[in-house]
Every structure is written in structure tokens, then in C-alpha cells.
Design a protein around this ligand. Structure first.
Ligand SMILES: [Zn+2]
Ligand SMILES: [Zn+2]
Length: 133
């Protein structure tokens, strides 16, 4: 089981199974919500994610393009993407996970949205212009 929380500690959640896949996303939306080069995500089935504390603090934002993103309305920590909780699968921001995570990200995605101030690490991972195939 994985445990996660936001910066203020108001929201706590658990995930009952290991992540299906780990990726770095460099899309423009992830830059906006992360304050950096993008997000690091674990893919999980939405039904595996159980918010055990602070459900009332969660706010979900649906951008004009792309899937809904959920954050803590107190501290602003970005927690879930990919349309959680309605979608079959969701993205969980690895920055919110308190447990040790098994495995490593397998790819950089949406590299077409690289910022001029951004450099990709020389980590040997595949880079995809959009989503992973
Ligand atoms: Zn919070
Ligand atoms: Zn993204």
C-alpha cells in the first residue's frame, strides 16, 4: 500500500496497489500546476485511491483542454490528474507520496511543450512528443 498527503497535511490518501506505470509529463498544463518543468506521475486505477482524510478540502479543476486536476484548497498541492475520480485510471503526483515508491519513471512525455528555460536530464529514458505509445 502507498500513502500520500498534501503539504499542509489536511489531505491524506492511500493507494491499495502499486502504480501501473511512472512517467514525467512536460506539458504546459503540468508546468502551470507544478511551478516547475512538469509533473512526475504514477498511474493508478481510480478505485484503488482512497482519500482517508480531508476529502472536503479537495478541489477539482477541469481545464478547457485535457483532464480534470485535483488539488488541496488549503495548501495548493497538486494531487491527482487524469480525470480522477470519474475516470477509470488516474494520475497521482509522485510529489505527494510519502511511501517508498518501487520502480522508476519509464519515459518523458509531452516533450513538444518543453519551455525555453527547461532542460531534459540525460537519463536515457525515452522521450515522447505527446503521450507514450
Ligand atoms: Zn493541503
Ligand atoms: Zn502533463
Amino acid at each position: 500500500m502507498l500513502a500520500g498527503s498534501c503539504l499542509c497535511g489536511g489531505v491524506r490518501f492511500e493507494i491499495s496497489a502499486p502504480f501501473l506505470k511512472l512517467t514525467f509529463c512536460h506539458c504546459t498544463t503540468c508546468k502551470r500546476i507544478s511551478g516547475g518543468v512538469g509533473t512526475a506521475n504514477g498511474r493508478s486505477r481510480s478505485e484503488w485511491i482512497d482519500v482517508v482524510q480531508g476529502h472536503e478540502l479537495l478541489t477539482t479543476y477541469q481545464p478547457d483542454e485535457g483532464s480534470a486536476k485535483t488539488f488541496c484548497s488549503v495548501c495548493g498541492s497538486n494531487l491527482f490528474g487524469g480525470g480522477w475520480p470519474e475516470s477509470e485510471e488516474a494520475s497521482v503526483r509522485l510529489s505527494s507520496i510519502d511511501s517508498e515508491i518501487e520502480g522508476e519513471p519509464s519515459a518523458h512525455i509531452y516533450t513538444r511543450s518543453m519551455a525555453t528555460w527547461e532542460t531534459l536530464p540525460d537519463d536515457g529514458l525515452p522521450r515522447h512528443e505527446t503521450q507514450s505509445p
